[in-house]
Design a protein around this ligand. Structure first.
Ligand SMILES: C[S@@+](CC[C@H](N)C(=O)[O-])C[C@H]1O[C@@H](n2cnc3c(N)ncnc32)[C@H](O)[C@@H]1O
Length: 1013
């Protein structure tokens, strides 16, 4: 029997979560900044999951001896002895809790360990800056992504794990020797190749050195595991698998994702390498412009007697050709962006759409402003001051506050500033659909030494003649997907409508120049890499040049239209000037691409990316993959194909001829996409669900045949329905869940009062092929599940997981029991479905939590009733249900306490507002019912009353294990969508920050508690 993998036994989930939260705010050089893709998994989670799926648990009896030695030698000698020493006292637990110094724990500490500073701070209840949270020697820390020492350790551990699995008798010394030989051959071969001058010219010497390097990489990777991600998306998992030295494969159905994946996990690693050009060659290739660029570059380019030493050939070429395209394009269309008399070119033009007042006596053409600020931050306030003269509306620009001005547009309904008439949203939509969308340029934004300045457009700017674009893109938006596209309601229903004539003229000029360059460069795989990255750069330019972007008046910057996973109507927008040197300009966009290339090119191993619908059994031979690590679509959460058509429209034009098969369809492929979107399935939820489940099962089925070891699946949806489908597919593909880990990747310190606070964690389940044992009785299985879930709830609660996250995290455990049997039956002989099982698991988890709800019967009643009956109306004398709550409380007192609201013969459970809204004192005292206290906190949160909220937290629940937080957790798992649930989620997501604020204040201002706003 083989040892379990680490992921089936233990993972440092607190540490991974902490670095993952940080990962979301890392920008420079991060994969997410290369090209927009939706629902990317944080790199630390991906790296940790790949690693833990490949190494065995060292405490498993069957763990190969060589691997145990490897852990000893690599993590328990030299510097590792100190750095990977397990915690003396686990920092996030309240009791003194020593972690045994054993090999499993050392392996965990290698993946992620809190720094000494962070440990001390945690104990003292203080916060630590995100950068300093993890120890500098951890595998998953951002700074270590190219750290040769740490990567070497990780790769050697994986090598030994893989080899000793195949050859259990091989000793550590033997494997260590083999690793060193194979691994060290790579830098030697690199050194040889990259030092040959003018290696871009294919001489015999170059060819031989290239072959030597290729063979060295092959020889090493032949002895490493292979990892596949069938839903590769933006490429994070393949990128991390390759970083860890594995043979890494990715596949995605979407051609846009495919280009991003090649741009992020194949081209930089393959081509972003050093080159030395002789002076003659350099000048003949790049001319004077190249010399100037090399001289001015901040990218470590050295010019000496041997010529030009370029550290990253790909980055240099992308920069050089992008700048060339930019110059050519500006020559053609730069005149459309007028310079003023001082030669200053604008950053952007600020436009507002207008509508005609429906009052026949008025008919004024009114700008649909929701508010008038151009800048609104703590240092600077500038606004457009309306001057209404009869039906004439003009603006001046003023400095200061404009709180006195009320916007004219409320959710698309227009209040006319000239006559006061209300024009409804439907009328405005009618106007737009029948006569087009009128708009006005109202301001011009400039960049100066003193920061951004604003002025009213000049006559020339207003009257400039823009060529009328005849061949606008006509590609249709997914109009039937009204969740992600609301612009069709306003008459914007194809992608060409998203751009002004000036924008399209400019974008077409870029496309033309990019295509000219493509033909000048000629065909080669290296040139494909350059053109692909230039097209990625161009996509970034397109994103900053739509008429559906936003002007962020706090940051004074241009925001693209996809702030959510949707294209939404905007009434005012910035029209950016790609040729300036400020927010959104083409040079800025280039810098993002170059930074990524700078950061990710030093890795020696590239990924193999395919672009097809996953699930083809022929894609890989039987059992040829070691592990699958993947992150499937989350049911119906994101309509990848629909929204990525935005990019497809342009990539078809820039890359269509280089990738003819990938871009052969008019739009991105929709039918085979593994999502549960009803508009792709005859508007039927049932059909959509069936499609998702069938597709997922087909893909898992293929994977089960192709993979010899672990299949690790990340899933970020919290609904039982989505989980039912996922688990059905896992079980349907003859696998079972053998490990389950929640990862909390939510942004910490969320702004207080932010109503949209949504929990954002994912659960990773490790699966293996399983032998089903026959039949089982649901009552036995239930008993088993209840025990497991209770244990899991306690463990995860201790780790800080809360609410819906906590409940879904238990699903994996429940399914693992269920998956042992061919069939589980009720006492009546009925088969039990996965849906029923998960409902039971959720209920068990809720009960386990409820067991922990201390305090008076009123709170228990509230929680129990909510669990059974929900918040809706209910017949009161349903004694059965009531007794299930098992609390002893007078019904009349519940009514007088306003916990139960009676209307006629019906009752319903009180909302927070109904319960404590009428009396501001209810729930403020420690002696009040817990539920009243919680409701009071919810109302304080809803109203943004920070002062009260801090006071309540400080006086009622300053500790993370205070019962009020348990009640909130419970509510979050049971309340229906609505205000109360939003508040509960918001409070839970701000909990750590709230408690921290209280603690910080206590530490810093002993005796005199004050809280800043
Ligand atoms: C959750 S995303 C993966 C995100 C990725 N882990 C990242 O970090 O960027 C799921 C991906 O599955 C892809 N997908 C959907 N259906 C597919 C299918 N039938 N075959 C292959 N890929 C598919 C989508 O295009 C999407 O990119």
């Amino acid at each position: 029997m083989k040892a379990k993998k680490l992921i089936e036994v233990a993972l440092p989930i607190k540490e991974i979560s902490a670095e993952s939260v940080r990962d979301k705010s890392i920008r420079h050089g991060h994969i997410s900044t290369l090209h927009l893709w939706w629902a990317r998994r944080p790199l630390p989670v991906c790296r940790a999951i790949v690693f833990a799926s490949l190494v065995p648990d060292p405490l498993d009896d069957n763990c190969p001896e060589a691997f145990n030695y490897a852990v000893e030698m690599l993590l328990n000698t030299g510097l590792g002895k100190l750095h990977y020493k397990p915690y003396k006292d686990i920092p996030y637990t309240s009791i003194v809790d020593e972690m045994e110094d054993n090999r499993r724990n050392r392996l965990m500490m290698f993946i992620g360990k809190f720094s000494e500073t962070c440990q001390t701070n945690m104990k003292a209840g203080k916060s630590t800056s995100p950068k300093e949270q993890l120890d500098d020697w951890c595998l998953i820390k951002w700074e270590n992504k190219n750290n040769p020492q740490i990567l070497r350790i990780a790769r050697e551990l994986i090598f030994v794990a893989y080899q000793s699995d195949k050859r259990p008798d091989a000793s550590w010394e033997q494997l260590h020797g083999e690793f060193n030989r194979l691994y060290d051959a790579i830098p030697k071969a690199e050194e040889q190749l990259y030092s040959i001058p003018n290696r871009h010219i294919e001489t015999e010497q170059v060819k031989q050195a290239e072959e030597t390097l290729q063979s060295a990489i092959e020889a090493f990777q032949n002895e490493m595991p292979s990892v596949f991600d069938p839903f590769a998306g933006g490429g994070a998992i393949p990128l991390e698998a390759a970083r860890l030295g594995c043979r890494s494969y990715g596949n995605d159905i979407n051609p846009v994702a495919h280009i991003i994946e090649r741009g992020s996990a194949e081209f930089p690693q393959k081509y972003g390498k050093p080159i030395v050009y002789s002076d003659e060659e350099f000048i003949s290739r790049y001319g004077d412009k190249g010399v100037k660029m090399a001289q001015e570059s901040e990218r470590n380019i050295i010019h000496d007697g041997n010529g030009y030493h370029i550290p990253n050939r790909l980055a240099f070429d992308v920069e050089f050709y992008a700048k060339k395209i930019l110059v050519e394009t500006e020559k053609e269309v730069g005149y459309l962006y007028l310079a003023d008399e001082k030669g200053n070119k604008p950053v952007c033009y600020y436009w507002v759409r207008t509508a005609k007042c429906s009052n026949p006596a008025c008919g004024a053409e009114v700008p649909l402003f929701k508010q008038f600020y151009l800048v609104n931050n703590s240092q600077k306030k500038i606004y457009l001051n309306p001057e209404v003269n009869g039906k004439n509306i003009q603006f001046t620009i003023k400095t200061g506050s404009c709180e006195h001005l009320k916007g004219w547009n409320n959710r698309g309904n227009l209040t006319c500033p000239c006559c006061g008439n209300l024009t409804g949203v439907d009328e405005i939509k009618r106007q737009y659909k029948t006569a087009g969308i009128p708009q006005r340029m109202v301001a011009v934004v400039l960049d100066t030494d003193k920061g951004k300045t604003y002025r009213i457009p000049s006559k020339d700017e207003l009257n400039i003649i823009i060529p009328k674009v005849e061949n606008r893109p006509t590609d249709r938006m997914a109009v039937e997907n009204n969740r992600n596209f609301n612009t069709p309601g306003w008459g914007i229903d194809n992608y060409g409508d998203m751009f002004s004539d000036r924008q399209l003229t400019t974008l077409y000029a870029f496309v033309h120049n990019l295509n000219t360059l493509k033909s000048q460069l000629g065909e080669s795989s290296y040139n494909t890499a350059i053109i692909s990255l230039l097209s990625i750069w161009f996509d970034r330019i397109v994103l900053a040049n739509t008429s559906l972007g936003r002007w962020h008046n706090g940051k004074e910057s241009i925001e693209h239209p996809f702030s959510r996973q949707a294209i939404a109507m905007t009434f005012d927008y910035p029209e950016s000037n790609p040729f300036c040197s400020s927010s959104g300009c083409a040079l800025n966009q280039l810098e993002w691409v170059l930074r990524y290339l700078d950061q990710e090119s030093s890795i020696e191993f590239s990924s193999f990316m395919a672009n097809a619908s996953s699930g083809e059994k022929e894609q890989f031979p039987n059992k040829s993959l070691t592990a699958v690590v993947t992150d499937p679509p989350y049911y119906d959460a994101i309509a990848y194909a629909d929204i990525s058509d935005f990019f497809y429209v342009w990539l078809k034009r820039t890359l269509g001829d280089l990738y003819p098969i990938n871009f052969s369809t008019p739009q991105t492929p929709k039918n085979e996409e593994c999502t549960a979107l009803k508009h792709h399935h005859n508007n039927s939820e049932q059909e959509a669900k069936k499609h998702f489940e069938n597709k997922l099962t087909q893909i898992f089925d293929a994977i089960e045949e192709q993979t010899s070891d672990i299949v690790s699946i990340m899933f970020a949806h919290q609904s039982t329905e989505a989980w039912t489908t996922l688990c059905n597919s896992i079980l349907g593909a003859r696998m079972n869940i053998t490990g389950s880990w929640p990862m909390d990747t939510e942004m910490a310190n969320r702004a207080l009062g932010l109503a949209s606070a949504a929990l954002e964690s994912s659960v990773t389940v490790a699966c293996r092929p399983s032998e089903r044992k026959g039949y089982a009785d649901f009552s036995d299985v239930k008993h088993n599940i209840r025990q497991l879930v209770k244990h899991e709830v306690e463990k995860l609660y201790g780790l800080g997981f809360r609410g819906a996250d906590l409940l879904t995290a238990c699903f994996g455990q429940a399914v693992s029991v269920f998956g042992h049997y061919k069939l589980v039956e009720t006492a009546e002989g009925e088969p039990v479905s996965v849906g029923q099982l998960l409902e039971f698991a959720r209920e068990s988890a809720a009960q386990a939590l409820l067991e922990g709800v201390p305090g008076e019967p009123q709170t228990k009643f509230y929680c129990g009733w909510l669990q059974m009956n929900g918040i809706g109306e209910c017949d009161f004398d349903d004694v059965n249900k009531y007794t299930r709550v098992g609390v002893n409380v007078e019904i009349r007192s519940l009514q007088s306490d306003k916990l139960l609201i009676t209307e006629g013969s019906k009752q319903h459970l009180a909302t927070a507002e109904e319960h404590v809204g009428s009396n501001p004192n209810w729930g403020t005292q420690p002696t009040d019912y817990m539920i009243s206290q919680v409701h009071r906190m919810m109302l304080a949160y809803r109203g943004g009353n920070q002062e009260l909220l801090y006071k309540l937290v400080r006086e009622l629940c300053p500790q993370s294990d205070a019962p009020q937080w348990r009640v909130l957790d419970f509510l979050s798992g049971h309340l229906p969508e609505g205000k109360d649930l939003t508040d509960v989620r918001g409070l839970l997501s701000s909990a750590e920050m709230l408690r921290q604020k209280c603690k910080d204040a206590i530490v810093h201002k002993v005796g005199e508690l004050q809280f800043e706003d």
